[in-house]
Write a protein that binds this ligand. Structure first.
Ligand SMILES: [Cu+2]
Length: 145
């Protein structure tokens, strides 16, 4: 009986894995020319904390997290970090260095310690996974006074 249960569980696990595998690798497509960018900041800028960052997007629309509408996504701000090639195919982590704007926000007021910081924007689909190809800005370096 126990063996049968184990076998069923193993079979169920294999079935779930088989279903999940293609989904996990099927990123949402992005249209050609789509881009995210910082509207009010550029590489080399010096700011005083707290400071506002405005997120720009062309070629796609904003939709809240959890929705799956073609050619949409929501903003993510990477602070002093970057996504590895593997992470580009997975839901973006949620922590202080990976900020999600899942309600569709297009700006944030940020407080960062004095010094140099790297900022980068990346759009994620309704499941927080970067599109294919990724819609990601160049990383910019700013100095917080
Ligand atoms: Cu997200």
């Amino acid at each position: 009986m126990l063996i049968n249960l184990r076998a069923s569980l193993a079979a169920a696990f294999v079935a779930v894995t088989a279903l999940a595998a293609p989904l996990a690798s099927a990123e949402t497509p992005s249209p050609a020319g789509a881009a995210v960018y910082f509207i009010n900041l550029k590489d080399g800028d010096t700011v005083t904390s707290p400071f506002k960052i405005q997120f720009g997007l062309t070629g796609m629309g904003i939709a809240p997290a959890g929705t799956q509408i073609p050619n949409t996504g929501h903003h993510h701000l990477l602070i002093d970090t970057q996504l590895s090639p593997e992470q580009m195919k997975q839901p973006i982590p949620v922590d202080a260095q990976h900020r999600h704007f899942g309600a569709g926000q297009t700006e944030v007021v940020l407080t960062l310690p004095p010094g140099q910081h790297t900022l980068q924007l990346v759009l994620g689909d309704g499941a927080h996974i970067p599109h294919e190809p990724p819609v990601i800005s160049p990383a910019i370096k700013i100095t917080v006074k």
